[in-house]
Each structure stands twice: as C-alpha cells, then as structure tokens.
Design a protein around this ligand. Structure first.
Ligand code: PMP
Length: 428
C-alpha cells in the first residue's frame, strides 16, 4: 500500500505537535513506520488520506462498538449542535443519559460525567480517598487507568511494595501512595493489604485487563478482591472504561456478578465524543461537591454534543438484547479462525478473549499478568502488524493493546481477516 500523503502529513505534524500526535501510541513508535492519517470512516472501514481502505480493529480504541459514523449517533450530534454547543448550565439530556446509565449498570445510584477515562479514574480515587479517609491505592501492574499522576506507576525493577514513577514529572510523594500488585495474584494483594493495614482507600482494577493485551481475570480473582475489600474497609473500583457497555449492558459487574463500589467509564459511554463518567451508590456519590466535600468539576462536563452522542449509542445498546451475544460470537469465530491458521503455520501464540475483546500474544503459555504479557515476541508482532496493514487490516500498533470487535464487522470481513493472517503468518 502507498502511504505518501500520510507520510507528508506526519512530517508536517511533527513540526508543530510533539511526535506528530496528540496521544503517544498513535505514533507507531513500537512498530516503526509512518502513522496512517485517517480521512473518514464508515461502519467497519477506515479510509486513509492516500485512498486506502482498512478494516478497523481499533475503533478509536473502543468507543465505536456499532462501527464508524453510525447514523443515529451522527444525527443526534448534528441536531444538538444546531442548538448550541456548550452552556456550562444544566441541560435535560444530562439527566436522561444519567437515568439510562444508572438503569443499565448494577449497584449504582448516581453518576457524574467528565470528559475522559483519565478524569473518571482520577476522580474515582479522589472520591475513594475522601470517603475512606485513607491515602493509598492499590493498582495492578500492566493496568492503565489514564495518565493522571497516581496511575503512571508500573511494575519493573522489582517494584513490589512501593511504586516507582515511570514518567518523569510524577513526584515521589505521589508514587509512594500507589502500591503495585500482580494481576490475577490474590495472595500478592492480600500481602500488600497486610503490610499497609488501614492505609488503603481503594483497589482499582480493569476487571478484564485490556492494556497489556487482553487478560481476563482468573476464576475467583475478582470475588477474592471483593472479599478482601469488604474485610478491610477498602473500596473496590472497577475501571470499566474499556469493558463498560461492551461486555454486557452492565459491563464486567454484570458479566462476573461482582459488585464494585465505584465504577469508571469512558469510550463507549460517549459514543465517540470525549466523555468519561464515574458512578457509585448514594452513600459514596453524596460525598461529591456540591453535596459533599470531595471536589470535582469541569467546564465542558456534560457537554450537550457529547451527551447526545452517548445517549444515542447507549439507547441502541440498551434496546438490542442480542448485541452483546452477537459481538461475542463474532469474536469467538475470529478467535477460532486465527488459532487455526497460526497453528497451521507453526506460529507460537496465545489468544486471550472476553466478549468482544481479543488479543494475540506471540508466545506460548498462559498470559495472565504483565510479566507473561511482556514475554511476547515483539519482533514477530512488528512484522505481523505491518503485514496486516499492508493487506488492509488495521490492528493496534502495539502488542499491549486489545482488538475491539464491532457490530459493523461482517463475517466476510472476519473471513478476509483470517485469510490475511494466514498469508501474513507465512512471512513471520
Ligand atoms: N482506563 C482504561 C481501562 C483505559 O483503557 C483508558 C484508555 N485507553 C483509560 C482509563 C483512559 O481513558 P482516556 O484515554 O479517555 O483518558
């Protein structure tokens, strides 16, 4: 494929935007090459600036669960925009989307809308700290909760008790309050809690991890966390930015029948516009300003265009009782197809999948946490990524990302993708 115009646009962008992008993973640093500049998209397909058509498995990193430019969402935004784009005053549509989300999500009474998943998670831990009067949080190595300071702590260099910032600019003071645990290792979490008695406000987790590839929770792991939280006065925060309104109407809470204390949302909830949200029971949410002392605010929070897009998308998801099954079936079909061709081509791999989230790790053995995810062969991944791109299939430009399946993908698209993997596998 030709990427002449994308290359030229990237060169121009690099002069005025750091790295040419407004979010790092878009720059293709992990896989090399030139980022594709998208011109437009419809349904399952992206059309780039050079006129190439690509089947999209990123889907804006999750939000476009119904495919691109989904008409009811686009029309809702257009109609809203005609009436003004921001007021900084209450609007009825905020209550409408709040009522709908609270009715879909288990165990929550109130929801507050923000502008990104980062803001949702950042606000959730502030609320957890304000509610419990404790400072520390536990997060899991390899989980991503946005780019606020408390979360830019990852495993590595043997960090087991106190976190080490992985980004300059995060102070040691902030880092020391983020304790790192190993995903799917309940004993490790137990030990951390024991070593930090009465200091932990919350445990925040992606209930299905999607930021080290897709890693499902082991049977009993989430239940184990729930039990530890209950026994120790710790709040359980589910970061459902990826899983919310994707794995089920009620997200991972519903899928695994586990109640979290605070739930964070992003991506699908905004229908492709910049939206995040966090929700909880009244006893917790009533601690938020203006009802309570925990401060949280936003000039553009509850923005009418964003609420219109989110409400239109969630209404479709809420009214379609088959959609999550349909998505899971397509993903299972893809999983089986990929497995078959990779085995036939003798490519060492492990595929993880939950619902419509799936990822291919180029290593053998179970991929259950950050360490096992990091063992994947990055050289193979790079070749795989570029091979797929060259044939018109766009997967995330990093082995640590999940593929998102949309309702717009047809079985023909899936068959084409599997056939393409078969072709690319011969070059690995
Ligand atoms: N939490 C999770 C689980 C995410 O996957 C992401 C983004 N990929 C975030 C939080 C941050 O969301 P945003 O990029 O909208 O700030």
């Amino acid at each position: 494929m030709i990427y002449k115009r994308s290359s030229a646009l990237f060169a121009k962008a690099e002069k005025v935007i750091p790295g040419g992008v407004n979010s790092p993973v878009r720059a293709f640093k992990g896989v090399g090459g030139t980022p594709i500049f998208v011109k437009e998209a419809k349904g399952a397909y992206l059309y780039d600036e050079d006129g190439n058509r690509l089947i999209d498995y990123i889907n804006s990193w999750g939000p476009m669960i119904l495919g691109h430019a989904y008409e009811p969402v686009v029309n809702a935004v257009i109609e809203k925009a005609k009436k003004g784009t921001s007021f900084g005053m209450p609007t009825e549509i905020e209550t409408q989307i709040a009522e709908l989300t609270v009715s879909m999500v288990p165990n929550v009474d109130k929801i507050r809308f923000v502008n990104s998943g980062t803001e949702a998670c950042m606000s959730a831990i502030r609320l957890a700290r304000g509610f419990t009067g404790k400072d520390r949080i536990i997060k899991f190595a390899g989980c991503y909760h946005g780019h606020s300071d408390s979360f830019l702590i990852q495993a590595g260099s043997g960090a087991s008790t106190f976190g080490t910032p992985n980004s300059p600019g995060v102070t040691k003071g902030t880092a020391k309050d983020t304790l790192l645990a190993c995903y799917n290792d309940i004993e490790h979490v137990k030990a951390l809690i024991e070593a930090n008695k009465n200091e932990i406000a919350c445990i925040i987790i992606e209930p299905v991890a999607g930021n080290m590839g897709c890693i499902p929770p082991k049977a009993g792991f989430l239940k184990g966390l729930r039990g530890l939280c209950d026994a120790n006065g710790i709040l359980l925060v589910f970061d459902e930015v990826m899983t919310g309104f994707r794995l089920a109407k009620g997200g991972a809470q519903e899928l695994f029948s586990i109640n979290a204390d605070i739930v964070c949302f992003g991506k699908v909830i905004g229908g492709g516009l910049p939206v995040g949200a966090f929700a909880a029971r009244n006893e917790i949410m009533n601690h938020l300003a203006p009802l309570g002392p925990v401060y949280q605010a936003g000039t553009l929070s509850g923005n009418p265009l964003a609420m219109a897009a989110g409400l239109a998308m969630l209404t479709v998801l809420n009214n379609d009782n088959e959609i999550f099954n349909r998505l899971a079936k397509k993903t299972e079909y893809l999983h089986q197809g990929i497995s078959k061709v990779l085995i036939e081509n003798n490519i060492t791999h492990t595929i993880n999948r939950t619902g419509s989230m799936i990822s291919v790790h180029f290593d053998e053995g179970d991929v259950v946490d950050f360490d096992t995810a990091a063992k994947g062969n990055n050289e193979t991944f790079k070749k795989f990524f570029h091979g797929m791109l060259n044939e018109g299939v766009y997967i995330a430009p990093s082995a640590f990302e999940t593929w998102f399946i949309t309702d717009a993908l047809t079985y023909e698209d899936l068959d084409f993708t599997i056939a393409t993997i078969n072709k690319v596998a011969k070059t690995l």
